[in-house]
Design a binder for this molecule. Sequence first.
Ligand code: KIV
Ligand code: ZN
Length: 525
Amino acid sequence: MSDDVIRIFDTTLRDGEQSPGCSMNTEEKLQVAEALTELGVDIIEAGFPIASPGDFEAVRQIARRFGDRTTICGLARCRIEDIERAWEALRDAEHARIHVFLATSSIHRKYKLKMDKDQIVRTAVEMVKRARDLCPDIEFSPEDAARTERDFLCEVIEKTIDAGAGTINIPDTVGYAVPPQFGELFAYLRNNVPNIDRAILSAHCHDDLGLAVANSLAAIENGARQVECTINGLGERAGNAALEEIVMALRTRRDYYGCTTNIRTQKLYPTSRLVSSITGMMVQRNKAIVGQNAFAHEAGIHQHGILQERSTYEIMRPEDVGFHGTNLVLGKHSGRHAFRDRVRKLGYELDEQTLNRVFQDFIELADKKKEVYDADIVALIENRRGLDHPETWELVGFHTCAGSPHVVPTATLELKRRGDDTIRRDAAIGDGPIDAVFWALERITGVSARLEDYQVRSVSRGKDAQGEVTLRIVVDGRSYHGHGVSTDVIEASARAYLQALNKAIADVASGRFSDADRKTSAPSL
Ligand code: KIV
Ligand code: ZN
């Protein structure tokens, strides 16, 4: 008998994006959607179209651009206006899905919805029918299913399947479930919902107890054939189940689960890096599958074992997830062909123009730095993605002065505005050179921001390693991320801060920066 294929439903752009400080603009969402399509996910939940004009636009563009290669899904509450708005955003996709949800647990019925069981069933059935009139592919989620009375859950599921839902998703909305119990719930549903064979069962787990992946796997063992997850486990509170962990658990323990996925696993690491650099959510070093240390062997005994035979201490090959460590690869005399080949091996498909630009960046870096590692090349590719998007302000040059004691840190900055060759200069003082740079950037751009988060880490090893800065600023109540890489951490900081300021400026210019589009005013789930 052939192995079952588990559908991977990625919700990085919807549930993941709901995570505080992780909102993305349309351009960034398109980049993530492209990476998810390349990764091979079966369904992309692209957003919640009623939530804001920005969400709507992102779903619409993703549906148009990628809806012929993968299913694009939009979320809707059990309200006609939500469903119609979702369909408006999705209708250009060849493969579209509307995901309708309504809470079913007694706590949500009583305190949030103030609806009794009959009202819940009637509303869910009516809205699934409405959605089905518009779109052939409907998913229904009884929100907080893991805490819903079982007989009532069976009733809701049976009736929503009759109403036209082809996928029934079981969310553990608050991350309360534990694996044996969650697995048993799936077995129970399969045995007690008479028409369950007409729908695909799906699991949607949150990680409040650190059990989201374990719960998802328990659901698969008991008949779930779709899992909802996010890259790097991004998501509200402690996050959602991590896509890369579920996929690699299924692949590595295929002997046990007897299931496969359509994921091109060599793209996992590049996709993780992309999501991390766009959202500003750094991946912890020891994170399974995509953490920097996930394949590092420090202990002498382990290193010895690995040298004799890799399988002594390695259950997965790093290259199978697209991780190529920090091997010394290329020097400044390496040709374009060798460079292109390495970029491909690292899991990136770049068009000719971008490849040429990254190659130039690489040559410049190789001039500054003795040894260029794979991690440096990955950082250059990600940095170039940011640089190639037209920005209002461009960094031309900077000078800083700092010291101790009794030296007032100062920074002088030179910026150029797009479409205008005049160089603008200004200077500022700060409590350190980076602070002074940030003040000077604000003076020139005229945008004042609050720095919420700032992190710097070295991309590879050695004193001459590139520094990677990830930061988050808040402008008028809205968060923006910035990312910059350079062998000089002050320059990396300046680039990251300027990138974030440019995003805020672009929002104002496009009119996206209206009250209607603020996450705080979006409808609550
Ligand atoms: O966690 C949850 O219940 C959700 C639903 C909208 C599916 O995200
Ligand atoms: Zn969720």
